[in-house]
Design a protein. Structure first.
Length: 240
């Protein structure tokens, strides 16, 4: 049996209350899955199981999974999407800026994958998707912490692929380019124009375009794809 079979699945999208995560959650809801979303402030899309869970807290992650298991059954699809930035140049970057970003983006994803894998191993199937970034592969001045956290997800996904593959569990990375969300709203119009000029498609991506890649990877047609890094970046990072 594959993870799909077109039966509704228990899906968890972290950071599902806004931006890219909200679009991903909405796409799973639209295809009839049982979708849980987590965030620190709540407010997930209608029809989702909306849970408050800070992914820097392992006990809170465990509690959220227990709630999802009660309401929707074991998580079959995990989309580790929640992420933060704390941008500044290396010499100005504090230990706190470094640790907060690593703890959320990388260690948070580790906590989620570890907890999700328990149920997936029992089910003998599962799909894990980490939302990384083009920046994890290209690097970015002022984002040493963020780029390191996003690059780390690639090594994690590929190690999970080797550990869990024999149980029909896939682990992949989606690496978005620039997408219009709260995260990029802090950029000035001038910075946005400069970025657009570097993107072969000359525009930002939409949250829905990221969601489409996640749906493919976790759906019937993505069943033989694992340990992959799928860029959805308008060509910005090609070759990496
Ligand atoms: P947003 O800033 O719009 O959303 C971030 C999400 O993460 C929110 O739902 C937020 O919810 C949640 N979150 C942050 N910290 C925590 C935490 N400690 N525990 C639980 N939830 C948390 O970002 P985007 O939608 O733009 O980004 C989503 C993902 O895509 C991120 O991993 C980002 O790095 C990645 N990405 C984004 C790009 C872009 O251009 N926008 C480009 C490449 C990658 P709350 O604040 O309520 O906790």
């Amino acid at each position: 049996m594959t993870v799909t079979d077109n039966e509704p699945r228990s899906v968890l999208v972290t950071g599902g209350n806004r931006g890219i995560g909200r679009a991903i959650a909405g796409a799973f809801l639209a295809q009839g899955d049982r979708v849980a979303v987590t965030s620190r402030s709540g407010g997930g899309p209608e029809g989702s199981l909306d849970l408050v869970c800070d992914i820097t807290d392992a006990a809170a992650v465990d509690e959220a999974f227990s709630r999802i298991e009660e309401e929707h059954g074991p998580v079959e699809v995990l989309v580790a999407n929640a992420g933060v930035t704390a941008d500044t140049l290396l010499l100005r970057m504090s230990e706190e800026d470094w640790s907060r970003v690593i703890d959320t983006n990388l260690t948070g994803s580790f906590r989620l994958a570890k907890r999700a894998s328990k149920g997936m191993l029992r089910l003998r199937r599962g799909r894990i998707v980490f939302i990384s970034s083009v920046v994890g592969l290209l690097g970015s001045a002022g984002q040493v912490n963020y780029a390191a956290s996003k690059a780390g997800l690639v090594g994690m996904a590929r190690s999970l692929t080797r550990e869990l593959g024999s149980r029909s569990i896939t682990a992949n990375v989606v690496a978005p380019g620039f997408v219009d969300t709260d995260m990029t709203a802090v950029l000035t119009d001038e910075q946005k124009d400069t970025i657009k000029q570097q993107v072969p498609l000359q525009r930002y991506g939409t949250p829905e375009e990221i969601a489409a890649a996640v749906l493919w990877l976790t759906g019937e047609h993505g069943g033989y794809v694992t340990g992959a890094v799928i860029p959805v970046d308008g060509g910005l990072g090609m070759g990496h």
